[in-house]
Ligand binder design. Structure first.
Ligand code: SF4
Ligand code: SF4
Length: 347
């Protein structure tokens, strides 16, 4: 087989995390996606999981896309293979010339790898076990250790990740410092033992350039006042969220991602009572709720349209397409014989 040249790309590649559900990987993986945004580079992340049951496989894919593509590209340039159950499938999905990142604590036979990819082993379990005694901490910090190693491998700015961690654990000093410590454990190990960076790199976008791009602006350079002002505005007045109940598997991913807490899955009831049981208080009683039944558990999906930003994150995150963003069109009705022909326009 001819020697395959490793893929080389800046701000345009796909990373897929293969994890075991319930291993605490979700927040580390999200931190990874958000930290790329902090570099001023758009990302399109998505959860791919056949089930929300602990122990079953789960995948999280991050398309790093300077051009701001929203859809999946297909193929994987860097696979972070953390689930032995799905190893073969994960290995097969890597593009020729791509990269496999794995926990090398236990030696693996060469038959478990491919000759046309670059294999990057980091002894994550060994590092975690030699640092932490508590089994839960070992598992959780292992995820942050791989985030640190990826930071070195992809040439990311560790300060931006530290900043995100400090925002996440504001007021919880112990958690903050232990997460930052785990991040540096992984980063330092990679810098000392591996060739960093690899062919895939995240390059910071100049803030002035990034702020011109609506897809990049959300995570950049906003003070609290400006961020609150931005959160008040509707992002897409003419794009509506459309919910298809039969497609929903009630995984709650949209509830988790919604920045306004406007989606709730709950038992149905009288409106006054229902309004009391939503994720966020329903302050304006004159504003209608979007209520959909037909869910398998008999609950209803309730969305408070009053606070929805139309940001589309729910549709991006939904693994089944139950949320969709659709353009809203108004059919104007005219009276009388002299009226102009019917027009149709975006709202
Ligand atoms: S569009 Fe955005 S604000 Fe509205 S429900 Fe979806 S995630 Fe929440
Ligand atoms: S709408 Fe999608 S993301 Fe939300 S609970 Fe249903 S399947 Fe999960």
């Amino acid at each position: 087989m001819p020697v395959q040249k490793p893929i080389s790309s800046v701000n345009d590649f796909v990373v897929r995390f293969a994890n075991v559900n319930g291993s605490g990987s979700a927040s580390a993986n999200e931190l990874f996606a958000r930290s790329i945004l902090r570099h001023g580079v758009p990302v399109s992340p998505r959860n791919i999981f056949p089930s929300n049951i602990q122990g079953l496989p789960t995948w999280y894919e991050v398309r790093v896309t300077e051009d701001g593509h929203l859809g999946a590209r297909g193929g994987v340039d860097l696979m972070v293979a953390m689930n032995p159950q799905t190893w073969d499938k994960d290995l097969a999905s890597i593009e020729p010339g791509g990269y496999l990142f794995y926990d090398s604590t236990k030696p693996m036979p060469s038959s478990k790898f491919r000759a046309d990819i670059s294999v990057i082993g980091v002894p994550l379990t060994a590092i975690a076990n030699s640092t932490y005694t508590d089994p839960r901490q070992r598992q959780l910090f292992k995820n942050i250790i791989y985030l640190g190693a990826l930071c070195a491998l992809l040439d990311m700015d560790p300060k931006l990740i530290e900043q995100l961690i400090s925002e996440q654990y504001k007021g919880k000093e112990k958690l903050l410092s232990s997460n930052v410590h785990a991040l540096h454990l992984g980063r330092d190990w990679a810098l000392q033992n591996l060739k960093c960076p690899i062919g895939l790199r995240v390059k910071k976008t100049d803030k002035v350039v990034a702020l011109k791009d609506i897809r990049a602006e959300v995570e950049l350079g906003y003070d609290v006042k400006l961020a609150l002002g931005e959160a008040q505005r509707c992002l897409n007045c003419d794009i509506q969220t459309v919910f298809t109940a039969p497609l929903c598997i009630e995984c709650d991913a949209c509830v988790d991602i919604c920045p306004m807490d406007c989606i709730s899955f709950t038992q149905n009831g009288e409106e006054a009572d229902l309004r009391q049981r939503l994720q966020a208080p329903s302050a304006h009683l004159d504003q209608d709720l979007y209520v959909a039944d037909g869910l398998k558990t008999g609950r209803v999906m309730v969305k408070d349209e009053d606070v929805c930003l139309h940001c589309g994150l729910c549709a991006e995150r939904c693994p089944t397409g139950a949320w969709d963003m659709q353009k809203y069109l108004i059919d104007m009705t005219y009276a009388g014989s002299s009226c102009p022909s019917k027009s149709r326009s975006a709202a």
